[in-house]
Design a protein around this ligand. Structure first.
Ligand SMILES: C[S@@+](CC[C@H](N)C(=O)[O-])C[C@H]1O[C@@H](n2cnc3c(N)ncnc32)[C@H](O)[C@@H]1O
Length: 247
C-alpha cells in the first residue's frame, strides 16, 4: 500500500490541516484560502471537482461558494470517510487523479490543492490529461503546489536559521520524507516551476494566471514565518483548457 492510502497518513494530515483549534492552519486559512477564493470566482450553479481532497478542507472552499455539484475525490479511503462524515451535502469518492471515473465534459472547474509535489512524474502528467478530458471546453483548473523553494523535508531542506528553505532548486530530485509516523514511503518530488508549467501546457492547458504566495503581509505571522518573509510558500496556477493538446 502507498503511504497516501494508509490510515496513518489520513490521520496525520487531518490533524495538520485542522490546526490546533480545529479551524485550519493559519497560513492556509488566512493567507492561501482568500487568494483561492478570489481565483475560484463565481461558481454558483457550476460543477466542480476537488481532486486530492483529503478530509475535505479544500472541498469546503468550493462548497461555500455555492457550486451546484461539488465532488471531492482522493486515493485515501480513510480521508474520504472523514470527509463524508464531516461535510454534509457534498459527494466524496475514492479515485486517483490519473484515472478519473467521470465522463467527458463533466466539470466546469477542477481544484487540485497541495497534491502534485508528492506525486511521481507520470501520475502528474496523466492526471493533467484526465483533467483535460473531464472538463467542459472552457473549463479551468486551479492547481496549488508547495513552492519548490520551500522545503521542510529530509535532506532537501536547509537547517538552522535557514530552516524551511530548499537546499537546491533542482530538476527531478526525489526525496524520501521522514514522516515520523511510519506510514510507508512518502516522497517529495523536487521539481522546478518550469516542470509544472510544461506538464500543464503539454497536457492541453494555457496558464491564465500564475502567482507565488509569500508570508509578508500576513497579519497572523509567527516567529517561524517571520524568518521567511522573502520565501514563497505556495505556487498557484490557474489554467484554461485549450481545445487542442500541444503534444
Ligand atoms: C497534502 S494532502 C492535501 C489534501 C487537501 N487537498 C488539502 O489541501 O487539505 C494530499 C492529498 O492528495 C491525495 N493524493 C495523492 N495522490 C493522489 C492521486 N493520485 N489521486 C488523488 N488523490 C491523491 C492524498 O491521499 C492526500 O489526501
Amino acid at each position: 500500500m502507498k503511504a497516501f492510502e494508509s490510515r496513518e497518513f489520513a490521520l496525520q494530515w487531518r490533524q495538520h490541516v485542522q490546526g490546533n483549534d480545529g479551524k485550519g492552519s493559519a497560513v492556509r486559512v488566512k493567507l492561501l484560502n482568500p487568494k483561492l477564493e478570489g481565483l475560484i470566482g463565481g461558481i454558483r450553479g457550476k460543477k466542480v471537482l476537488d481532486i486530492g481532497c483529503g478530509e475535505g478542507f479544500s472541498t469546503m472552499l468550493l462548497a461555500n461558494k455555492g457550486a451546484k455539484n461539488v465532488i471531492g475525490a482522493d486515493v485515501n479511503g480513510y480521508s474520504i470517510g472523514f470527509a463524508a462524515h464531516d461535510i454534509e451535502g457534498t459527494a466524496f469518492l475514492v479515485a486517483s487523479m490519473d484515472k478519473l471515473p467521470f465522463s467527458l465534459s463533466s466539470f466546469d472547474l477542477v481544484l487540485c490543492y497541495n497534491v502534485l509535489m508528492n506525486s511521481p512524474d507520470d501520475e502528474v502528467r496523466n492526471g493533467v490529461s484526465e483533467w483535460h478530458r473531464v472538463l467542459v471546453p472552457d473549463g479551468r483548473v486551479i492547481a496549488v503546489i508547495i513552492h519548490p523553494l520551500y522545503s521542510l523535508f529530509g535532506n532537501g531542506a536547509a537547517s538552522g536559521e535557514e530552516a524551511g528553505r530548499a537546499r537546491r532548486y533542482r530538476l527531478n530530485e526525489k526525496i524520501l520524507v521522514d514522516t515520523m509516523g511510519g506510514f510507508g514511503d512518502f516522497f517529495d518530488y523536487r521539481r522546478p516551476l518550469c516542470w509544472y508549467a510544461n506538464a500543464f501546457t503539454d497536457g492541453g492547458f494555457c496558464i491564465r494566471t500564475f502567482d507565488e504566495v509569500f508570508v509578508s503581509g500576513f497579519e497572523g505571522i509567527d516567529e517561524k514565518h517571520r524568518k521567511r518573509m522573502d520565501l514563497p510558500i505556495f505556487a498557484v496556477f490557474e489554467l484554461s483548457k485549450l481545445s487542442q493538446k500541444s503534444r
